[in-house]
Write a protein that binds this ligand. Structure first.
Ligand SMILES: C[S@@+](CC[C@H](N)C(=O)[O-])C[C@H]1O[C@@H](n2cnc3c(N)ncnc32)[C@H](O)[C@@H]1O
Length: 341
C-alpha cells in the first residue's frame, strides 16, 4: 500500500498484526519446547490434544488450549476425524531444529532482555552477549550451525582458495561459537589445519564435544581467547569471521583486524560476514537492512555496534587489507566482504 492510501484503520490493522505476531511467536516457542510439533510428526501429522498431552506427560486442558491457539494463528488445522493437523508445509517449517523454529526459540530466549530496556536506556547499563545463559547459547549455536555449509561454499569460490586448503593450507575462524564452521572445513579439507578462536567457555566446551563426536578433535585446535589475544604470524590462508564483527568491542575492532592481517600468509584472505547498519534515510525502508536494524535493536544493551558498510571498509583498508569483493546476496541478510592481504 502506498503512503497516500494509509488510513487510521489500515494503520491500526498493521499494529494488530504485530501484536498477533507476538502471540504467534510465543505459541511457536511453546509448541517447540513442549514437543508438540515433534509428537505430531511422530503420529503422522495428526492427533487429538488429549493424545498429545498423554504422550508428552503434559496437562490435557492446557494442551487443548495450545492446539486451538496454534490453529488460530494458522500453524495447525483441525479435522473432526483425525484431530489437530499441521497446516500445509508447517510440518517441514517446524521440524525439530528447523531454522525458523530454532530462531523462534533464540529470540524468545533473548527477549527476556527487553524487560530491562526502559531502565537500561536510562542508565546505559549493558548486559553483554557473554552474560546470557545456556538456553540462549545453545539455540544461538543451532541457528548459526545452519550457516556453516554456506560459509564453506562461499570460501570454496574464492580465487585459488580450494586449492590452497586442499593442499595442506590452514584456516582460522575467529569467534568460532559452536564450532560448526570449523567442523565443515575440517571435513571438507582433510589436509587443512583448522583453528578456532573463541573466548566463551560455553562455546569452547560445546565445540570440543561436537568435534570429538565427529572424530575431528585431533584436527581442530581451539584457542580459548578473544581476537584481541591472537598472535599469529603469516600462518593462515583463510580467516573467517561470521557474525562476529559487530560483537567485538568497538574500540578493539581495528586492532583485531590488524591481528587478522598479521595472521594471514601473503595472498591470504579474510572472509568477513556480518550485518551492515543503515547509512541513509532510504536505507531504513530498504528490506535489505531490516535484519541488520533488528539485530542492532535486540543487541543494543549488549554494548554491540553494527557498523555501516563504509565504516567496515575503512577499518579493513586501514588494517592493511585490499577489499576485493563485497556482496549483499551471498549470505542472505548479511554483507560479505572478501579482504586480501
Ligand atoms: C553471534 S556468535 C557467532 C558465532 C559463529 N561465528 C557462528 O557464526 O556461528 C558471536 C561469537 O563471537 C564471539 N566473540 C565475542 N567477542 C569476541 C572477541 N572479542 N573475539 C573473538 N570472538 C568473540 C562470541 O563468543 C560468539 O561465539
Amino acid at each position: 500500500m502506498s503512503e497516500h492510501q494509509l488510513t487510521k484503520d489500515s494503520q491500526t490493522r498493521t499494529l494488530r498484526s504485530w501484536i498477533l505476531g507476538f502471540h504467534a511467536t510465543h505459541i511457536l516457542n511453546v509448541g517447540g519446547r513442549c514437543g508438540y510439533f515433534a509428537e505430531l510428526t511422530r503420529r503422522g501429522g495428526a492427533a487429538f490434544s488429549k493424545d498429545l498431552a498423554a504422550a508428552l506427560g503434559l496437562d490435557p486442558w492446557r494442551t487443548e488450549v495450545w492446539c486451538r491457539a496454534a490453529c488460530t494463528v494458522g500453524v495447525l488445522g483441525y479435522d473432526d476425524a483425525r484431530g489437530y493437523t499441521f497446516a500445509p508445509f508447517m510440518d517441514e517449517v517446524l521440524a525439530e531444529d528447523a531454522p525458523d523454529l530454532s530462531m523462534t526459540h533464540t529470540l524468545v530466549s533473548l527477549s527476556r532482555d527487553f524487560f530491562d530496556y526502559p531502565e537500561a536506556f536510562r542508565t546505559g547499563a549493558t548486559k553483554p552477549f557473554s552474560s546470557h545463559d545456556a538456553d540462549f547459547f545453545s539455540y544461538q549455536g543451532k541457528v548459526s550451525a545452519q550457516r556453516a555449509p554456506l560459509i564453506l561454499s562461499v570460501a570454496r569460490q574464492l580465487p585459488g582458495m580450494e586449492e590452497r586448503l586442499r593442499s595442506g593450507g590452514a584456516m582460522m575462524d575467529v569467534g568460532s561459537g559452536s564450532g560448526t564452521v570449523l567442523a565443515a572445513f575440517a571435513e571438507a579439507f582433510p589436509q587443512c589445519r583448522v583453528t578456532g578462536v573463541e573466548p566463551l567457555p560455553f562455546f569452547q566446551d560445546m565445540s570440543r564435544q561436537m568435534l570429538h563426536s565427529r572424530g575431528l578433535a585431533d584436527r581442530v585446535h581451539i584457542e580459548a581467547n578473544g581476537g584481541e589475544g591472537m598472535q599469529f604470524a603469516q600462518r593462515f590462508d583463510l580467516i573467517t569471521m561470521v557474525q562476529v564483527f559487530h560483537e567485538l568491542p568497538d574500540g578493539a575492532k581495528s586492532d583485531i583486524l590488524r591481528r587478522c592481517h598479521q595472521s594471514l600468509k601473503p595472498g591470504g584472505m579474510l572472509l568477513l560476514v556480518d550485518r551492515c547498519s543503515p547509512a541513509t534515510g532510504a536505507d531504513l525502508r530498504n528490506r535489505r537492512f531490516t535484519m541488520s536494524i533488528l539485530e542492532q535493536w535486540f543487541e543494543v544493551t549488549w554494548g554491540n555496534i553494527v557498523n555501516t558498510r563504509s565504516e567496515i571498509l575503512t577499518m579493513l583498508n586501514d588494517s592493511g587489507f585490499t577489499v576485493s569483493q563485497e556482496n549483499a546476496d551471498l549470505v542472505p541478510t548479511y554483507w560479505t566482504f572478501v579482504a586480501e592481504k
